[in-house]
Design a binder for this molecule. Sequence first.
Ligand code: ZN
Length: 234
Amino acid sequence: MSEVLAALRVLAELDHALHHLSGRLADLDQDELVLQDRLRAEDQAMARRREEHRKLRQSALDRTAEADATDAKIREYQHKLDHEIISYKEMEFLREQVKLLRARLDQLSEEALRLMDAVEEDAKKLAEEEQRHQERRAKLTEELQALGKKREALQQEKAALEARREEALGRLPPLVRQRYEQLRARYPDPVVYVDGQACSGCHLRLSEATMLKLREGREVVTCENCSRFLLLRW
Ligand SMILES: [Zn+2]
């Protein structure tokens, strides 16, 4: 009988350890989700920042292209004025247009230069931000990898505990094993010690008859109230 009791005790300890391990694995999952969220937010923020820079660069390019087009138009009109035979009315019109376009070109060139300067300055800032982003990213990735390793270790530990559990279960008589599994589905602690003269699972006082059977140690004893297996000493 003492061997069955010993196997029950080992089983209960293993299940307790497995329960604890499951909790640690769940915590790990939670930590991993938090880290993944942070990584995602980090990447999204950087993507927005790159897009902002791309738009600024595009607006500088657009303004430059507009200036080039205006310049081409001025040349075209000037060529007409210089080399073609045109009416006085048309000449007056083209001269007026050239004047207007030159003013516009000055404005566009100034804007294009200002935007190019802004792009250059922003590119420097972006490069610094990119570096800090990569540093933060590397740190988060490292933390995630560390979590992965921890999980691997815990899972190995779990597999070892489960193997020992199977072995302990195999040492129990079929009826006791069945009873244990039934109790385990109901309570986190199917095997409890006796505290004074009370079951430490349900805290109710045990009868003298139960106490006597326990002291004799000849059979597996269960609590008359909650049915948990009872042990005299833990
Ligand atoms: Zn009880």
